[in-house]
Design a protein around this ligand. Structure first.
Ligand SMILES: [Zn+2]
Ligand SMILES: [Zn+2]
Length: 405
């Protein structure tokens, strides 16, 4: 791939690059123009329903396939399902799954930095929305970014032949539903899928609310979440990418996740990853929280001890003063009252101190447990590693032996 340190945009392209860019944009415009052929074919109710169905099904494969599975591996698929997800995603004609995942991973690595493939901050709205797609510098796939996927030959194959799924789908639609089905059902929904997908790179970095202080401009947007079947919770997603759900709360509608959840119940997908609670709450790791708690507790117990000392000193002082006053015998009652009150205050503070120390020791026990569990896990991991290393060594020895024979 060529050097991407240039600022994004048409002006930074060389002469050859600009020619390719212009050619691509004409092709893109022509694909839009095909939609106008509906003027000649007519538009029936069936065509519109087909358009809606093809939009929804393919949007699911874009979000669950291209994005949540191939780019982020947020759940598991067997080889057959993995291929079907790749095929399903590519029917929307957004190039190969490897190309899509590699560029998306690049976006997360450089989110809204100068190197970001599609950043509104650096390239402007239209560039982030779609113009970056015509930049020949982004034509190729950086396979180093998708090494976990290139080990499957069928995925490499379907990535290379990415035009096959949309052409097959288009042909099948034309055969069953005729010309109007092809134009309205297939082409309209394809173009719709494209632009709605693009809004996540453009609008979802401009319009909406920010729950988490991520370093990029990502936003949460209810409308975009509905249109994209859950991708509109983009600030959530930039905050924590490794989760299969992007809506973190019940009101954050995430239809792709509901579908994946259902598929996991009937065994089609598995291991849907969810965000850890502290991340959803925007809090630090529990270990850090515990540390802060212990520190706070130490401060509190110190303050408490000082408080009790102070009260005791004050009470004593007042009692002394009282006993020095004339007619002290008469004030015996008052003296008793003060004494009771002081005792009560001390008892109350004592109780508080017990509560605090229980809390503290509970926190300490928890911490000890965690540390113990951690060292157990560490030992276990080391043992497993040693066993694996041994096995591998033996297998290599055996292999060497067969080779030398
Ligand atoms: Zn992502
Ligand atoms: Zn983003």
């Amino acid at each position: 791939m060529s050097n991407h340190s240039n600022a994004p945009g048409y002006v930074s392209l060389d002469e050859n690059g600009r020619r390719v860019f212009r050619y691509q944009i004409i092709r893109f415009a022509l694909l839009h123009a095909i939609c106008l052929l509906a003027y000649f074919t007519g538009v029936s109710a069936t065509d519109l329903i087909l358009c809606g169905v093809l939009y929804l099904v393919r949007m699911f494969f874009i979000t669950a396939g291209y994005h949540r599975y191939f780019s982020h591996r947020t759940f598991k698929l067997n080889r057959v399902m993995q291929f079907l997800f790749a095929f399903g995603a590519e029917t929307s004609a957004q190039k190969g799954v490897l190309w899509w995942a590699a560029h998306h991973r690049h976006h997360h690595k450089h989110s809204d930095g100068p190197e970001d493939v599609h950043s509104v901050r650096h390239g402007g709205f239209l560039w982030a929305h779609m113009l970056w797609l015509f930049d020949p510098r982004w034509e190729g796939t950086d396979t180093d970014r998708v090494k976990d996927l290139t080990k499957y030959p069928e995925i490499v194959w379907i990535d290379k032949h990415w035009l096959l799924p949309p052409v097959a789908l288009g042909a099948a639609v034309a055969m069953v539903f005729g010309w109007s089905g092809l134009i309205v059902g297939f082409f309209w929904s394809t173009i719709l899928c494209w632009h709605v997908t693009y809004t996540i790179n453009s609008l979802a970095h401009v319009w909406g609310s920010r729950r988490y202080e991520t370093e990029d401009d990502s936003r949460n947007n209810f409308l975009l979440a509905l249109l994209t079947l859950g991708e509109g919770w983009h600030n959530n997603h930039h905050h924590y990418q490794a989760s299969a759900n992007q809506g973190f709360f019940w009101w954050e509608i995430d239809i792709s996740y509901y579908t994946l959840w259902f598929m996991s119940k009937i065994g089609l997908v598995s291991d849907l990853r969810r965000p850890p609670r502290h991340l959803v709450e925007g809090k630090p790791h529990p270990r850090v929280q515990l540390k802060t708690l212990r520190k706070e507790w130490e401060h509190m117990s110190k303050d408490y001890a000082a408080g009790v000392d102070q009260i005791r000193a004050q009470a004593n002082e007042r009692l002394m003063a009282l006993s020095n006053t004339e007619g002290c015998e008469k004030s015996e009652d008052t003296k008793a009252v003060i004494l009771t009150r002081t005792e009560r205050a001390e008892a109350f503070l004592e109780e508080l101190a017990i509560d605090l120390s229980v809390l503290g020791s509970e926190a300490e026990t928890k911490l000890d447990q965690l540390q113990k569990r951690f060292s157990e896990l560490k030992v276990q991991a080391e043992e497993n590693l040693a066993t694996l290393r041994n096995q591998l060594g033996q297998e290599l020895d055996a292999y060497e032996l067969t080779l030398s024979r």
